[in-house]
Ligand binder design. Sequence first.
Ligand code: ADP
Ligand code: TRP
Length: 337
Amino acid sequence: MKKDILVTGVQPTGPMHIGNYVGTVRNLVNLQNAFRGRCLVFVADYHSLSEDYDPKKKQEQVLMLAAELLAAGLDPKKVTLYVQSDVPEVTELAWIFNTLTPISFLERMTQFKDKAERQRSNINVGLFDYPVLQAADILLPKATTVPVGADQVQHVELSRDVARFFNRKYGETFPEPKALLTETPRVMSLADPSKKMSKSVPGSFISICDSPEEIKKKMRSAVTDVGPKEEGMIPPFANGRMSPGVTNLMTLLREFGTSEDARRVEAAYRDGSIRYVDLKDLIAARIAEHFVDFRKKRASLLKNPAKVRSVLKRGGSRVRTMTRATMTEVRKKTGLR
Ligand code: ADP
Ligand code: TRP
């Protein structure tokens, strides 16, 4: 029987935040045991070049992200962890996919529109073509399952389109992959709860390596309601609805607090006896507790970068070996050789 393949990537653009963790990484830690097939997780360094960055820092960011994925619980015996640029065939496949992808499909991508808005002086072709490279990441190993946060669903859908375009033109080759979401696929920004939490937006996130003091400070600054002062009581439900900021806090409490915490807070919220600052401090304490072990493992891995590098190197060569036949098949079918 054919085994399923799972693949996902994270960009090395800064320390991982609680949105990445709740939206994808924690799920990967469970899936590495539960998924019936191979799990591939990679550091998307090619993708990260499309944003403004300092080349001198890139290697450090790659290593840090790999150390964080391991410290969060990924086991290299169960998951193949690799760096995207160690499998340069993805760029070759992305080029072939470029020739199949209508420009109009990329023009619809909301991430491109957001990023172009954010980095107006660097709206490069890579930023636009980003989802096609992502399709190559997914289809090269013939993946069927792609665990991601809600922001990436549109990209996974594009990779399904690309698979279909290829299969139609050159014959059945790639399966159509599906996105796999968690219960909380979108954690919102602390600074603006109408936008997603993102590494590239300062003030929007809490890193999972932050110290308890930093977490508390960032949590206290989270935007909740427009209206009463932060020190005040949280007003009870207006028409049974919470503001986006409070909803986001409740989500974080559900993810990191105990069920008793959630019950107590919900009840206090309903009768108007809870203060913002208490809710924020409780969540901050729970997040800090949740990552105690992570912080220790991360620090120890960062002291031993050679160990992390060897995991990545092994992973990269494994993926190259497993995808060699696909590239030969693609080259033949497209008439390249
Ligand atoms: P960022 O946008 O913060 O740079 P990445 O692009 O590296 O994060 O995303 C890595 C993974 O984390 C992807 O699967 C993405 O969908 C998920 N993710 C990113 N931000 C969030 C969020 N705010 N909530 C839930 N999942 C998220
Ligand atoms: N685009 C993804 C993000 O910004 C990262 C990524 C690159 C990815 N290639 C991928 C995710 C392939 C899943 C599969 O989060």
